[in-house]
Each structure stands twice: as C-alpha cells, then as structure tokens.
Ligand binder design. Structure first.
Ligand code: UTP
Length: 278
C-alpha cells in the first residue's frame, strides 16, 4: 500500500570532514556496505520499492551506487566475488530510483518538501540513512520501517519512530510528548526541535524513520523556518498533530547514530561481531 520512500541525502555531513569533503557521508561503509544501502534494504524489506533521493552537490556516488557497473560486473563474472554484489543487484533490479535536488540546505523539512515531485499525493516513508536501524539484535526480525508500515495500516496517519534518550542528550533531537495509547504508542500533542538543555517535554527523541501522509507537503509550504533558520519537519508534524493525528512509536530493535563518529564506530563494531564474531 505504501510504495514510496524518500531519502533526504543533501546534508553536508560536516561531522565527518575531511572524509565527506568530496564523498557523501551516505556512502561511508559500515564494514563493506554503504550506509545508504542498509537504508534502502530496510525500505525494500518493508515493501517500499519506489526510492526517491533528495540529493545535493557532490552526491553523484549515490546515483552510481544504485546503477549497474558493467565493467566491474564483467571483471568479476564467474569469480567468488560476484556474491558480494548480490544484495545491491537485487535492489537495482527490484526497486526504481528517482532523484531530485535540494539547492539550498534549508533543513530536513525543506528537503522533504523538495521530494514532493517524486512522491505526489500518497503516504510515504522517510529514511535518514545516517540512522542505521536494526529491528532486532540479530537483524533477522522485521525492520523498523516494516513495523511502522503495519502501524500505518492501523492508524492511517503520520507515524514517527522515537527512542528513549538520556536527558542530557535530548537537546540534539526533536522531542515529543503526548498521550500514551499503549507501552509503545503515543498520540503526539507536543513536539520541540532541539529543546534547550533542561526544557525537553520528555526523553522521547525522534529518530530518522517516518511515515508521512501527503498533507504534510501543504503544511510544510505554510510553515515558517524554525530552529537555526531551517524549515523543520518537527514544526510541520506538530501542526499535523493539531489538525488530526500523529503517532509516535517506540520501535523494537536498536539504532546507531552513524551521523556521529562515536555512533559510526559503535555500529562498525556491532556489525563486525554480527558478521564475523564467534
Ligand atoms: P543532519 O542534521 O545529520 O545534517 O541531517 P548533515 O548536514 O547531514 O550532517 P552534519 O551535522 O553536518 O554532520 C539529517 C539528515 O537530513 C538530511 C541530511 O542529509 C541527513 O540525512 N538533510 C538535512 C537534508 O537532506 N537537507 C538539509 O537541508 C538538512
């Protein structure tokens, strides 16, 4: 039912300079696989096969990654190395990829609004590839996006994935508050982007997985720039929550913040153990 998934990948990734000077942070690998491929695999597993990227300057490597490399294919044909390309080949064959550009880095809300041309008038997923998510500790259970698609079927409204974070970390995130519907579901009534220290309405931080209903575009069009002068998806979601319903979901599994060096190293160690550990 939900077929489309938007990947805003226009950010500069300044926390990884100089690595990200000429290379998108989304193609930095965790072991042998670029971050963005983990994200597309999660979308694919959730049945979202129309993949839309909101890109920016210097992001060509993402396009090339989701395309055939005939020379390379020819070079490794018939060798054991073909196996290493099986995963990306499946994505290339079974998904479609569209690209649009965000010209000015005016925030995640602006990047999502730029995706309107590739999404149109239907509900869609959003994945921030620098949040690397596993639905279960061994990665075998349903992914976070798949869990959220199930919830969308039930609620038919926007869903945001949230995670409990230590109080001293809350100022780095969009933070929600609301009415608990169950142990894992909250009907959102408040949402603040990067609240000043000590002012967060809860310890529930929004992470990089969303299901959005298409009215979000109209709301974004009419939302003023917020924190840091950027168009914030958090502000638009709060409006949407006021007009109808937004559900926050404490997802099952774990998340690595690969947009930070610490989270990136943590993910690398974790996946190394998962793949090669005893
Ligand atoms: P981040 O806040 O992690 O920003 O954006 P960043 O620029 O990528 O990284 P740093 O902080 O400079 O190291 C969260 C996500 O939103 C996208 C980014 O690509 C990332 O996936 N984004 C953010 C955009 O696409 N456009 C924007 O204007 C802002």
């Amino acid at each position: 039912m939900i077929k489309k998934c938007l990947f805003p990948v226009a950010g500069y990734g300044t926390r990884f300079l100089p690595a990200t000077k000429a290379m998108p942070k989304e193609v930095l690998p965790i072991l042998d696989k670029p971050l963005v491929q983990y994200g597309v695999e999660e979308a694919f597993a959730a049945g979202l096969t129309d993949i839309g990227f909101v890109t920016g300057r210097g992001k060509r490597a993402i396009e090339d990654h989701f395309d055939m490399s005939y020379e390379l294919e020819h070079q490794i044909a018939g060798t054991g190395k073909e196996r290493q390309l099986a995963g990306i080949r499946e994505l290339i064959e079974r998904c479609s990829f569209s690209y649009t550009r965000q010209i000015h880095m005016r925030g995640l809300g602006d990047a999502i609004l730029k995706g309107r041309t590739v999404i149109g008038d239907e509900p869609f997923g959003v994945v921030l590839a620098d949040d690397l998510c596993l639905g279960t500790d061994d990665g075998r259970g349903p992914g976070v996006l798949q869990q959220m698609v199930g919830l969308y079927r039930q609620f038919r409204c926007s869903i945001v994935a949230v995670e409990e974070v230590p109080a001293e970390e809350a100022h780095k995130y969009g933070v929600i508050a609301g009415e608990a519907l169950s142990d894992t579901l909250i009907r959102v009534t408040d949402m603040v982007e990067k609240p000043p220290k000590g002012t967060a309405p809860s310890n529930l931080a929004i992470i990089g997985r969303y299901i959005l209903t298409p009215d979000i575009f109209e709301i974004l069009e009419n939302t003023e720039p917020g924190k840091n002068g950027e168009l914030q998806i958090t502000d638009a979601l709060l409006t949407q929550a006021g007009q109808g319903c937004v559900i926050a979901y404490k997802f099952a599994g774990r998340r690595f913040d690969c947009g930070s060096v610490e989270g990136f190293v943590e993910a690398t160690n974790f996946f190394y153990q998962l793949k090669y550990g005893g």
